[in-house]
Design a protein around this ligand. Sequence first.
Ligand SMILES: *Cc1c(COP(=O)(O)O)cnc(C)c1O
Length: 371
Amino acid sequence: MSSAAHAGAVLTINLAAIKSNYRLLKSKSATARCAALVKANAYGTGVEQVAPALQDAGCRIFFVATIDEAIALRGITGAGPQIFVLNGLPAEASGAFEAHDLTPVLNDLGQIERWAKGARILGRALPAALHFDTGMSRLGLPEDETRRLMDDPTMIDGLNVEYVMSHLVSSEEPDNPLNGRQLETFSAIRGGFPHVAASLANSSGVFLGPKYHFDLVRPGVALYGANPQPGHLNPMREVVRLRVKIVQVRCIDAPQTVGYGAAHRVSGPTTIATLPLGYADGYLRSLSDRGFCYLGGVRVPVVGRVSMDLTTVDVSSVPPQLVFPGAEVDVIGESVPIDDLAERGDTIAYELLTALGARYHREYVSGIADE
Ligand SMILES: *Cc1c(COP(=O)(O)O)cnc(C)c1O
């Protein structure tokens, strides 16, 4: 992180927008509780600042991916909020879960057995969620293990199973028949645990309607401003803004190429602005010749290859008095929605967010100035 005064790139995270996004997701899910997914450093936005903001907005249930993330989060939230660890319970980890009051999402019978054994040794019930695979083939009890557990419920004796859960494969496509199929499979599994709360929906799942909400929704990316309903107006508030200052301006008169590999060719008079960010900052190389920024209200395309520390944009169409070293360029946010930029880079907002670089000067704003 650099200091504000000489920062060439400033990343602004709007905590008020995150809170308002949390409240919107919660209100969409009516009677269900609303957790917050803060894995991967709160999707790159900074868990140390974001988790307290979410607590302030009323969030009491958090999900992370790993034990280390969970231990760090416990240090941030203090006692109270429930912290679930999606990647489950590795061997030798029971002590850490116990010590930091973490709840494992148990993903197979081996993990269930391990946690149940811990409960027997301690002589008290241990909290858990059970994750069932209904189509992702990634995490969660597969079909055969699910059947074995249903046939022998004593396997979870000693556990306080608080949720049964599953994860949607294509929730951002409301018309995809997979959604309905997963809902049906999950509902059948859930029937085997009539007294346990259930959870299925991620961000986009919240927008699939009440049938998908069950007792707890688990949004992540929408909290951070990405559009949970691609193709529709984004109902979420923008959270991330990235602005950079032009490092150098190059006026080209004769035919010439720009950047590594001479991948971009200019034939006539062209003005190129060089920006202080590159793929080392999470400005993906796939944005070469495809990304875009805004300068003085004018859309300026990335030309040539994105390199490690620098990116070049064609600013020929911008009034010359606005093009100078130090002039501010909008890279993400405002006129550059993160979902649109991701699409240009053949990826998704999740990847752009979690790749946000460590070299940006980060500013957290909690005001409601632009609400
Ligand atoms: C990451 C994750 C979520 C959140 O998904 P978003 O699409 O970011 O809302 C929910 N559930 C599970 C199991 C996840 O791994």
